[in-house]
Design a protein around this ligand. Structure first.
Ligand SMILES: Cc1cc2nc3c(=O)[nH]c(=O)nc-3n(C[C@H](O)[C@H](O)[C@H](O)COP(=O)(O)OP(=O)(O)OC[C@H]3O[C@@H](n4cnc5c(N)ncnc54)[C@H](O)[C@@H]3O)c2cc1C
Ligand code: FES
Length: 279
């Protein structure tokens, strides 16, 4: 069992939890994720390691409540336990001294960008981050990003904070203004990552995305996380989750992510109806 040490609400439906998981904290590397199983009958949900502290044996996860499992997770409080946490899984990020790195985080993806920004900075890069959300209430981890990055730009869809528009609009402006950019890391909703990939491809800027297809085992055996990269089949859990953005078949990824929408909707309705008996 894995105890939740602290829980903090970062925004509406976005929660940060710290879990006591010493073996994972010891081995964790930037870009990796864990699979969380909430209770004995729970499904397996992948969540990116947002932070870890090997000396305290603690890992940090940030998740958005979107369906049954993440809502169930959001119902748990400090001192409650998770049935299982498996990991660290996936390949670590390919962190090098690139020069100037731009880290782009959309929504809860900003939490996944945090360790990337930290590691890029540690490797001697100038790190510029662009973080975005639909409005200022949904913007997360701004202070944490500011404490790591050389520059932080903000966008909100409604203009309630920073630039009105999308993170890709800010990136386009930086490119057009002639800022030197050696690599872009983009983590967030698939539509955002696709927009960033389309933009940077035109300028020949190396771009890495962290893909979030549906995963089950997280170990390369079930095939659920199949993605097409440069025309080849890859499994995001063992070959990724990070890939060259310009090689990703985003249309296929979007289709596969929506495969179980009807079942997910039904499961959520069922859970909401019976939740008082279960929580
Ligand atoms: C490597 C990886 C890292 C991720 N990291 C984070 C993170 O740090 N924070 C965060 O909020 N989310 C993260 N996600 C997405 C998260 O796993 C899903 O939001 C979660 O599994 C949804 O489960 P649910 O039962 O709450 O919602 P559902 O109602 O079951 O699904 C809602 C949507 O989430 C996606 N989804 C559903 N089941 C899975 C699954 N088993 N694996 C992946 N996606 C699924 C589908 O697109 C689906 O339409 C990550 C996904 C991957 C693959
Ligand atoms: S999740 Fe099963 S192969 Fe990747």
């Amino acid at each position: 069992m894995y105890k939740i040490i602290t829980k903090r609400k970062l925004a509406e439906n976005v929660i940060l939890i710290k879990i006591y998981a010493p073996e994972i904290a010891k081995k964790a590397q930037t870009g990796q994720f864990v699979i969380v199983i909430i209770d004995e009958t729970g499904e397996r949900i992948p969540l990116t390691l947002a932070d870890w502290n090997p000396s305290e044996g603690i890992i940090t996860l940030v998740f958005q409540e979107v369906g049954v499992s993440t809502k169930k997770l959001g119902c748990l409080g400090s001192n409650e336990e998770l049935y299982d946490v498996l990991g660290p899984l996936g390949n670590p990020s390919d962190i090098r001294h690139y020069g100037t790195s731009i880290v782009v985080g959309g929504g809860v993806g900003t939490a996944c960008c945090l360790p990337v920004a930290k590691s890029l900075k540690k490797a001697g890069n100038k790190v510029v981050s662009i973080i975005g959300a639909r409005n200022k209430e949904y913007l997360i981890l701004e202070n944490e990003m500011r404490s790591i990055c050389d520059e932080v730009y903000i966008s909100t869809d409604d203009g309630s904070k920073g630039v009105k528009g999308f993170v890709s609009d800010i990136l386009k402006t930086l490119i057009e203004e002639g800022h030197p950019i050696d690599i872009v890391y983009a983590i967030g909703p698939v539509l955002m990552m696709r927009a960033i990939a389309n933009l940077t491809q035109g300028y020949g800027i190396k771009t890495v995305v962290s893909l979030n297809p549906i995963m089950v085992d997280g170990m390369g055996m079930c095939g659920a996380c199949r993605v097409s990269i440069g025309g080849e089949v890859k499994f995001a859990c063992v070959d990724g989750p990070e890939f060259d953005a310009h090689q990703v078949d985003f249309d296929e990824l979007i289709k596969r992510q929506r495969m179980f929408l009807d079942e997910e909707k039904l499961a959520l309705e069922h859970w909401q109806k019976h939740r008082s008996k279960r929580v």
